[in-house]
Ligand binder design. Structure first.
Ligand code: CA
Length: 245
């Protein structure tokens, strides 16, 4: 910290020298004020946000935080996170080789800029997501239903991770949720990333039936490849967990 203070003093001396030239004086004054505000302003130059709201979103704890997406749910885990927004999973079509490979958490209420809207077909196409679970008994009742998502803010933590094939977090980490690892069907052209879908998923109310855009299938490990079997089990659906630190 001492080195930083010496550097600040040097900068201020230098800026006073620069002020000898009228053309540079205003710029030098602005820089000088900026530096003084950082080191000597109210609250040490830190201006607390004035919109700190919510049980976990307090001004005092807002400095360290991380967001993660809870796939398959429209809410966040009570006592660990605050809801930022909820929406519907979207992404590229399962038959398309192009488009995105990542999944999106599309907000429930989109905002369009009319100035950006035009006609044409040269576009990247985004489709809603369906759970493809007709032959997966734990979620068979949700087959063809539209998948939802929530973006969650974890206050007081600084990073998040998804661990495939785990249900617990390493010591010291906070477990946000556990779920079922889901991906694209293995022969579909439109492959996409793996998502950890909550083990107790919700679906969009009024979901339309079998429209097939961005599709989510349970993921399994395949033995007889380079996969370590055991402990991995051939064609056993893989769990997953999302943790924050
Ligand atoms: Ca379907």
């Amino acid at each position: 910290m001492k080195t930083v203070k010496y550097a600040v003093v040097f900068c201020l001396v230098f800026l006073n020298q620069v002020k000898g030239d009228d053309d540079d004086a205003e710029v030098a004054d602005n820089v000088e004020n900026y530096i003084w505000n950082i080191f000597n302003g109210e609250n040490g130059g830190y201006e607390p946000p004035n919109n700190c709201k919510g049980e976990f979103m307090t001004c005092e704890t807002r400095n360290a935080s991380v967001v993660y997406t809870r796939w398959g749910r429209s809410d966040c885990t009570p006592d660990t996170s605050d809801l930022v927004y909820s929406g519907y999973i979207g992404g590229g079509h399962y038959t398309h080789g192009g488009g995105g490979t990542n999944a999106l958490c599309l907000p429930e209420t989109p905002e369009y800029d009319n100035g950006l809207i035009s006609s044409g077909s040269g576009r990247s196409l985004i489709y809603g997501a369906e759970l493809q679970t007709s032959d997966y008994s734990p979620l068979a009742g949700l087959h063809d239903k539209d998948a939802v998502c929530a973006v969650c803010l974890a206050q007081g933590r600084s990073t998040s991770m998804m661990i495939p094939a785990k249900r617990t977090c390493p010591q010291g980490w906070t477990k946000e949720y556990e779920g079922l690892l889901m991906g694209s069907y293995y022969t579909h052209k439109g492959g996409h990333e793996y998502l950890c879908v909550d083990s107790n998923p919700e679906v969009r109310p009024g979901s339309a039936p079998d429209l097939n855009g961005f599709l989510l299938y349970p993921a399994v490990g395949v033995c007889g490849s380079s996969l370590a079997c055991p402990p991995y089990v051939d064609y056993a659906e893989l769990s997953c967990v999302v943790c924050t630190w």
